[in-house]
Structures are given as C-alpha cells and as structure tokens.
Design a protein around this ligand. Sequence first.
Ligand SMILES: [Zn+2]
Length: 136
Amino acid sequence: MAEIWNLEALCRCCHVDGIFKNLNEYIVDNSVENYLNLLIETLGVNIKPPPANASFSICDACISKLRGASAFKKMVLDCETKFEEYCKNELLSNVKMEPEYLAKREVLGTIANTTRELSERSERAGVAAGEAPGPY
Ligand SMILES: [Zn+2]
C-alpha cells in the first residue's frame, strides 16, 4: 500500500505528520534559529523550498537531533583546534630542548666509539690468538 502524505503538514526531515516549525526561521527565547542554515552548515544538506503550497517545516525531534549534530560537530572542530595547538607547542618545546638533546647524543657517540674500539681490539687479539696454534 502506498503512503498518503499530507504535503502541507509534515516534517521535511523525517516525514512525520504535523504542523511544525518553519525551516527557514524560528524564534527561540528572543533569538532567531535558522534550521535550514544549521542543516547546511552541519550536514551539508540543503532542503529546497517547496514549489507549491507544501510543507517547509521541521519537527521537534529532528530539531533536537540537528542541535545535537551541530554541537557534536562544534565539539570535534574545537578539539581538533586544541589538539593542533598542543602539537605545535610540543614541537616548539622540543626545538628548545635540542641543545641538550645534541649534548646527550655526543656522549652516546663517544660511548659507541669507545665500545667499537674495544671490540676491534679484542677481534684483533682473537685473530692473533687464532693464528697462534698454526698447522702443527
Ligand atoms: Zn522530523
């Protein structure tokens, strides 16, 4: 059975029947909320005004979801901005620490050279000792 829609009274977002708030403008506590703009900014969804005398409204449940989605998007973007700033500051503080890091690397380099010299010496000694028995 095909659904029969009352095109003049339905939510354009979920198609529930009823008379709802205008998508284009609605006044809440003396400030204007524009659900169409919120839909476009948050979800990239543009609901076109109807060609005839049909609904251009949004139900309370969809408004609540839209507000939630908008708040979620804002939270993620804010967190990303903070994260990027934190990473940038971390990077800057690592650059400041570089002389100390280089000094440590020099010490490690000296230790590595000493270790290599010692092992080379013992290799030479080992080769000399290996030659000693000879063909007898
Ligand atoms: Zn709805």
